[in-house]
Design a binder for this molecule. Sequence first.
Ligand code: PAF
Length: 291
Amino acid sequence: MKIIHTVAGLRAELAAHPAAPAFVPTMGNLHDGHLALIKQAREIVAGSGSPVVASIFVNRLQFGPNEDFDTYPRTLERDAELLAQAGCDVLFAPSEAELYPQPQGYKVVPPTELADILEGAFRPGFFTGVCTVVHKLFNLVQPRVAVFGKKDYQQLMVIRNMVIQMGLPIDIRGGETLRADDGLALSSRNGYLSADERAEAVQLSVVLRSVKDKVAAARASSALTQASIATMEAQAQAALDARGWKTDYIMVRRQRDLLPATDAELAQGEPLVGVAASRLGKTRLIDNLEF
Ligand code: PAF
């Protein structure tokens, strides 16, 4: 695997490959969830001459002033080993000065109805930061396919829409969330948890699963409505907060755009997703479940 730190080096390397790459952008501190995305990318391009390119860049633009930009773990050497083992061909790991040689004044601002709800409501500017860096990375890497984890469900939805509206010729694929044996979704931020918090952290997925079961039961008796969903959301949040969590949101939304489903859509079996964000001690965790 080639490790490249400059834009010029990346361009030279990519010019030597016969086909456009498959791309997996990350912020590093990799876990098995990221490596599964690399393997998925590898399978998509198998036999086509397309290299698999990963990027590692902790993007200041997407962190709020009180968030964990400074403490976000930088583990490049170990990440590079893991990427090489997973079948990555090229790792692009630019410095901040390389990716943002000037303050990034041009930004990609996603529409408010997609980006200012859920995560965006609690992390103002987050999706502008994500879209700006992802758009820039897309311009540099020029991939034909890019893989993003479904763990960041809203991010995947926002990027899919960006690619459509901006006319980018990139096939956006979602990768399934990987979970620890107890059900906790893998995340770089799990590393912040104390042993006690780690044992408790599984409750986020437990609560989402109980919402999924309630939705299934209500569907089975044709009783799934906006009002019954609101009750389930409130109960789920109360259950978590009673255990000491500080919940930003637990919502049941349409898979396609993360807006609430109407009663008519619920009656017709609209595909739904439960999305949640909650803080355990100082660590903010997110998770989701489709149903
Ligand atoms: O999901 C992430 O790790 C980041 O948001 C991304 C897509 C690499 C952009 O910085």
